[in-house]
Design a protein around this ligand. Structure first.
Ligand code: IMP
Length: 193
């Protein structure tokens, strides 16, 4: 089964590839000849994930899934949430986003947060299932680690001493929001193969 992952984020492709069953040939946007920015104008994670996957299906005719992730911080009433990528501005810069987050949480004792991912799958027969995964944790006081991407250097998953950026990818994949959502996608795909 040929299946495109509608993301330009190479880190995400690397994360997801080892999680998929053998019968799935994972295609990147480059593999299907898509070099354009995908629309992402909805106000929910599910809306954005569906919008991206649907766009690829409509314009490229390939079965496809897309994800959208948000970091939901309790003391910020769930922000940055669906705006996580653009938190510090339209430049979508991870260092700027993390700096703003630490600034907003300065002197804030409640560091509770969760990453939440929605994966939307578009199948040629018209089915449109969605899968969700989340991981709870704490926002660190400062950056730790060089690995991962995005908010990884400041997110310490529950019951762990290290941030995602301090963990090998294989360890992040045992607990991450995206891995949990993809696990549900995989269970679904296994029934289809
Ligand atoms: P998107 O799903 O690519 O739109 O991600 C939204 C925002 O969350 C971006 O700023 C990403 O860098 C960040 N993000 C998504 N997944 C992760 C992750 O696994 N770790 C850290 N940051 C992430």
């Amino acid at each position: 089964m040929r299946l495109c992952f509608a993301s330009n984020n190479a880190h995400k492709l690397d994360e997801i590839r080892p999680l998929l069953p053998a019968g799935v040939e994972l295609l990147s946007l480059a593999d299907i000849g898509c070099a354009e920015e995908l629309p992402e104008t909805q106000e929910t994670l599910e809306g954005n994930a569906r919008q991206k996957a649907e766009y690829v299906w409509e314009h490229y005719g390939v079965a496809c899934f897309a994800d959208d992730t948000g970091l939901e911080v309790e003391a910020l009433n769930g922000a940055p949430g669906v705006y996580s990528a653009r938190y510090a501005g339209p430049q979508r810069n991870a260092a700027d986003n993390v700096a703003l987050l630490l600034q907003e949480l300065q002197d804030q004792p409640n560091r509770r947060a969760q990453f939440r991912t929605v994966v939307a799958l578009v199948l040629p027969d018209g089915r449109r299932p969605v899968f969700e995964g989340a991981v709870e944790g704490q926002i660190a006081e400062e950056l730790h680690g060089e690995g991962g991407f995005g908010y990884d250097p400041v997110f310490r998953p529950e019951q762990h001493q290290h941030t995602f950026a301090e963990m090998p990818l294989a360890e992040k994949n045992t607990m991450s929001h995206r891995a949990r959502a993809v696990e549900k996608l995989v269970t679904f795909l296994q029934q289809e193969l």
